[in-house]
Write a protein that binds this ligand. Structure first.
Ligand code: 3PG
Length: 185
């Protein structure tokens, strides 16, 4: 799996090239395109077709219908802010990685029961950050985390240094990449 998962919000389809090119130029070959805007599915389909060398996934997938739409558009991984057993079931059946948001022991146990061992830890800063991840890793040594939400340059390294962190998610990757692209003009 990719180490950095940019959380991408595409307001208009026309922005897709600019954002994905900026990420690629910044050596990030992955994008979690979120279902927070009307053109999310279209943007995923466009990205999957025009950026075959990037891992294009769908984020903010909160129900089975959105999951089906995302997969039909070509998403190769699915992320949710919480855990949806219906989404997990679809992803399991299709062999698609699913990263549900889990921050409590009960949520992590529910994920494990669905065969999921890598979860999104969201919002990471609000739910205790690295300290919480370390505490949760004691009873769940088999679980890997993707801290997301409030992660940025100031704290990314401390998360990355913990071996139970398999990747980092965040919108700051997009912000950084776009800023760099502007500065390089
Ligand atoms: C998400 O849905 O993963 C978050 O909006 C990302 O949080 P961030 O903007 O703090 O990175």
């Amino acid at each position: 799996m990719e180490k950095f998962i940019p959380v991408v919000v595409i307001k208009e389809l026309a922005e897709t090239d600019r954002i994905l090119t900026a990420l690629k130029n910044n050596n990030i070959h992955c994008a979690e395109i979120t279902f927070r805007t009307a053109c999310a599915a279209e943007a995923i389909a466009y990205a999957a077709q025009h950026y075959p060398d990037m891992k294009i996934g769908a984020g903010t997938v909160i129900n089975a219908a959105q999951c089906e739409t995302a997969l039909a558009a070509g998403a190769t991984f699915i992320v949710s802010p919480g855990l949806s057993p219906a989404v997990a079931e679809i992803c399991n059946a299709r062999g698609i990685p699913y990263y549900p948001g889990c921050v409590t022991p009960t949520e992590i146990m529910a994920a494990l029961e669905l065969g999921i061992t890598t979860v999104k830890f969201f919002p990471a800063n609000i739910y205790g950050g690295l300290k919480a991840l370390k505490a949760l890793s004691a009873p769940f040594p088999q679980v890997k985390f993707i801290p997301t939400g409030g992660v940025d340059r100031s704290n990314i390294d401390e998360f990355l240094a913990f071996d139970k962190v398999s990747a980092i998610g965040g919108s700051f990757f997009v912000k950084e990449a776009l800023e760099k692209m502007e500065a390089d003009k």
